[in-house]
Ligand binder design. Structure first.
Ligand SMILES: [Zn+2]
Ligand SMILES: [Zn+2]
Length: 113
């Protein structure tokens, strides 16, 4: 299986209290706030919750675990060579963040613009 280099991280740095930075093989850099990543959790449960909360302005409705005011990652581990998963401080940990998903989530002006 070959993946496009834009979906392959060359370096990942996690600041467990605030953000994760990824450098990609194509030279791009992404900085993700952990709050943002938690809210974008790709597991089926959170996807359903996000859909249900779509017309609700309270962002914490999307959280499926214990309600916390600020997401922190207690731990991050690799899933194969294609994804990472987090142990969040609200005790949720079932979301598998593939690198492809993360790259598409990149919040920078270039990717969102
Ligand atoms: Zn989830
Ligand atoms: Zn970007």
């Amino acid at each position: 299986m070959t993946m496009e280099t834009k979906y392959q991280p060359s370096n990942i740095e996690l600041d467990v209290r605030s953000e994760m930075k990824i450098e990609w093989y194509d030279g791009h850099e992404s900085t993700f706030a952990l709050d943002y990543l938690r809210k974008q959790c790709p597991c089926a449960n959170c996807m359903t919750k996000r859909n249900e909360a779509a017309e609700n302005s309270n962002p914490f409705k999307v959280l499926s675990g214990k309600v916390v005011t600020k997401a922190e990652a207690l731990n991050m581990e690799a899933v194969g060579n294609y994804a990472v998963k987090f142990d969040w401080n609200d005790q949720h940990n079932s979301g598998i963040y593939t690198f492809e998903y993360l790259r598409d989530l990149c919040p920078c002006a270039d990717c969102k613009g």
